[in-house]
Ligand binder design. Sequence first.
Ligand code: ADQ
Length: 492
Amino acid sequence: MDSHKLKILFISSEVEGFSKTGGLADVAKSLPLELRNLGHEIVIVTPFYRTLNHREHAQQTHLLNLHTDSSRPDIQFSVQELSLDGIKVLGIDNAHYFDRPGLYGEDNNAYPDNGERFAFFSLAALLTTLAEDFSPDIIHCNDWHTGLVPYLLKTRFYNNSFFTNSKTVITSHNSAFQGIFEKSQLNLIPEVSACMDERVLENYSYINFLKVGVLYADKVNTVSPNYASELLTTLGSHGMSNHFIERIHDFQGILNGCDYNDWSPETDKLIPFNFDSNDLSGKDKCKAALQKEVGLEAIDVPVYGMVCRLTDQKGFGLIIPILDRFLKHNVQLIIVGSGDPSITGHLTALASHYKDKFKFIDAYSNELSHLIEAGSDFFMMPSIFEPCGLNQLYSLAYGTLPIVRAVGGLKDTVIDYDQDPDNANGFMFYDPNPNQLLNILRRALLLYIEQPEEMLRLQKQAMKSHFYWSDSAKHYERLYQDALHLDQHWEN
Ligand SMILES: Nc1ncnc2c1ncn2[C@@H]1O[C@H](COP(=O)(O)OP(=O)(O)O[C@H]2O[C@H](CO)[C@@H](O)[C@H](O)[C@H]2O)[C@@H](O)[C@H]1O
């Protein structure tokens, strides 16, 4: 094997351009592209969802059988080939599991058989690589959906020479999502459903997919150094600290990057006016276009934007209690997001009360998310926890000052104005307390009103903070090399 050129199987339940509910998709596109640029051969495997973009261009390459235990018939699936800028993307096509309206659920309710669906997906991904005769050096798993893959390699495929030299890496993009299912759901993989090992089981009759991935992968990482350190603590680990501590010598944080091909104000085709850090006049025009688009008056007041999944993670428990007080100020606020119906309800009620100041758009809209990044003055991310966060990176690129809580990757990427005015690129607060959020929103408002030149200096500085995927990819390359130098034999 040429040690510089690796064969990498990248398994992800979402890939930007094909399917997306959140940041995992962004990474599953950008990282493989950068790894390919570094000279590696990479194949992506993902579910062939009903809603997958470009499905009509797919070519069926295999028709395969997945053998289960003797009590049920084999599960048939086909493999559909697509391309991501020349990278082979293999879609696992099974109507029962993936021909559904949603990726993981509908109307904010998860599909009850998600454990079975993604157990099937994990096994099917390995069968697909066998059928493709693509013998990987590295199998890169992402999130709980793929957590069983490392375990399958150390059980069902342990004696399969095809995988003898394969090492596994699992990246946790969000350790709050662990994929915990009753083991009876996993009868299609008897190695799991009949397992009595406490390392695999959770409370005797459940399987925690992420835990299995963390314990059985050769290397484990998450998406920022600060979140990695939080995952080693009781408070910041969503109940997983013991498992991350057990793997401490094989565990690290690698910061995500920003894909400047998609998120760059100089070239972005989804915004009406382009601009750069030498001339922000296009940003002013984008602001007016944004105000018009959402139905706010195009006046010179600070616009605070926010785009995210509507979940408690993103800090709505801090935002909702202070919105009345915040909206007394001469400001405008635009939130685009979909998700938790109780958050949707609160935001809808507040928006109808503050029609001339606050717009809430209950939608998933890529176009609007670009316009918000370009046209807002400030971007709000008061997250309760945030493994890395991508929108603060996009905001920096567009000179939209991020207002963040000092957690996870937000702390690794944003420099607070009051703490370090010379190097600042945004605002940061610490305690998960609504009043602290209100204070920092007001702090930003003061800067906008009283020091426009200082605000402009900060915006230009933000636009020069770069987080290149090529740097992140080099860290992954080192992680892969470390995995490959591990002892070949796994101690059961
Ligand atoms: N309503 C909407 N309309 C349009 N676009 C929307 C949208 N809601 C979300 N998005 C988009 O989805 C992505 C969200 O990415 P984030 O990293 O901020 O969060 P997420 O929590 O999904 O990801 C998890 O995985 C990523 C990747 O590792 C980590 O950075 C993060 O901390 C972790 O929680 C962005 O591209 C954003 O624009």
